[in-house]
Design a protein around this ligand. Structure first.
Ligand code: HEM
Length: 418
């Protein structure tokens, strides 16, 4: 096993470096079998927390907002510090849907939910196809490129822009602001006298200002897009203000871009690494929906979530105290051998059981139908256009060094046979 002791596991669970060689599944297997609701006491994290690793308990926690709160944040922080209320407000994350508990969560999710439902998202198919066609057309001009920078990276951004109704002329500008938030150290974004932290903060403010302006435009020129819906959304008798519409824009940019890109790239890597699965999909393109679900399960793009116990309660036979941090590991639940046969195999024809990659319960991913549409269209078109693609260094993948997001930092692809 990768980890040599329980203390190594405790130190690793929320440590980005632990994931640098890929998911430590042998440690998660041990946790599921020996201590599925484990009181982890890392030496350098700042506080202990419950590591929840079986499918049953992960789903149980996610489905129990009465006992387990999303308040303040749902991403386990790198070190155990909480942002203050004013810091949360300055970032706009205080009103992120994903950080609200019922009844506020219900009040804010219910008015927009219809726009994300399958029937509504299916009307975007032609838009998604147009975005993917354009991006693959540009990609085809090259023989080799980094998938993490190519069409898989641009697709989620451009689709989201269309979904929101952002004018085409603003896409590149908005994209560069988002990139500043993700990679503030990139020399392209350097500003003399501004630290990386200030560059992130500047980009956040620029996005918030842009969002307020977009809402004003959508109020005077409404269209059938999510930006227009937000501009007229009323919660508890009051129209969303600039702070709230700005938070929505930031949330969608944060939730929907890197996750979708990482999954699309992982799909191509998994198909390259599993020739029999690739051949099955080529022979039977109708397997695409199953393939997308299996990629989501296998890669688990969001490894874990954070909840805080609101009351004294139990998970299985463990007593949880009010205020305890609880971390359900989605990546472990998705490899639970009591639910998924041969769980580490990538098998697009496996018996269909629900994975937890898009969450569970009241906070289940609002973008789930959009993600499925995007991944299905992207993979179908990529495989049709570049049936002989290959990944030269597939055996030495460069995993992202992050304790929550799963995926690769770089992945070269060759589009044509040599
Ligand atoms: C592969 C891509 C994606 C993955 C793996 C993913 C995963 C997740 C997960 C695990 C949650 C639950 C969070 C929790 O319970 O704490 C979530 C929530 C959410 N996702 Fe996604 N997501 C993806 C793409 C998207 C996209 C494309 C959008 C929007 C266009 C989106 C919007 C949201 C929103 C708004 C929530 C919060 C829902 C709520 O709190 O009620 N996601 N997502």
């Amino acid at each position: 096993m990768v980890a040599s002791s329980w203390s190594d596991i405790d130190d690793g669970l929320l440590n980005p470096e632990w994931y640098a060689a890929g998911e430590p599944h042998d440690a998660f297997t041990l946790l599921r079998q020996e201590d599925p609701v484990h009181w982890a006491q890392p030496s350098d994290y700042g506080r202990p927390f419950w590591a929840v690793t079986t499918y049953e308990h992960v789903v149980g926690v996610l489905n129990d907002p009465g006992n387990f709160s999303n308040y303040r944040d749902t991403k386990p922080p790198r070190v155990a510090a909480r942002l203050t209320a004013s810091e949360l407000y300055q970032r706009g994350t205080d009103v992120f849907l994903t950080h609200l508990d019922p009844p506020l969560h219900t009040l804010h999710r219910q008015p927009v939910e219809g726009h994300f439902q399958a029937a509504s998202i299916s009307t975007m198919r032609a838009d998604v196809e147009a975005v993917v066609d354009e991006l693959l057309g540009t990609a085809a001009l090259h023989d080799r490129f980094d998938l993490m920078q190519g069409p898989a990276a641009d697709m989620p951004m451009y689709v989201l822009m269309r979904f929101l109704g952002v004018p085409r002329d603003d896409w590149e500008w908005l994209r560069s602001q988002v990139s500043r938030i993700f990679t503030p150290d990139d020399p392209e974004y350097a500003v003399e006298g501004r630290s990386a932290e200030e560059i992130v903060s500047d980009a956040r403010h620029a996005i918030a200002d842009y969002s307020a302006q977009l809402a004003r435009t959508k109020r005077s020129h409404p269209a059938d897009d999510f930006g227009s819906l937000l501009a007229r959304t009323v919660v508890d008798g009051t129209r969303l203000d600039d702070h709230e519409t700005g938070a929505w824009l930031s949330l969608l940019l944060a939730a929907g871009i890197a996750t979708t890109r990482n999954t699309a790239v992982a799909a191509l890597w998994l198909l390259h690494q599993n020739p029999a699965q690739r051949a099955a999909l080529a022979a039977q393109p109708a397997l695409i929906d199953q393939a997308v679900e299996e990629v989501l399960r296998w890669i688990t793009p969001v490894r874990s979530r954070l909840r805080v116990a609101r009351f004294d309660t139990t998970i299985g036979d463990r007593r949880i105290s009010a205020g305890d941090w609880v971390v359900p590991f989605l990546s472990s639940a998705n490899r639970d051998e009591t639910v998924f046969a041969d769980p580490h195999a990538f098998d697009i024809q496996r018996e269909r059981k629900s994975h937890v990659s898009l969450g569970e319960g009241i906070h289940k991913c609002l973008g789930m139908h959009l993600v499925r549409l995007e991944l299905g269209v992207f993979l179908t078109k990529f495989l049709a256009q570049f049936p002989h693609f290959s990944i030269p260094n597939a055996d030495q993948p460069q995993w992202i060094v992050d304790h929550v997001l799963n995926g690769f930092s770089t992945m070269q692809v060759e589009l044509r046979p040599r």
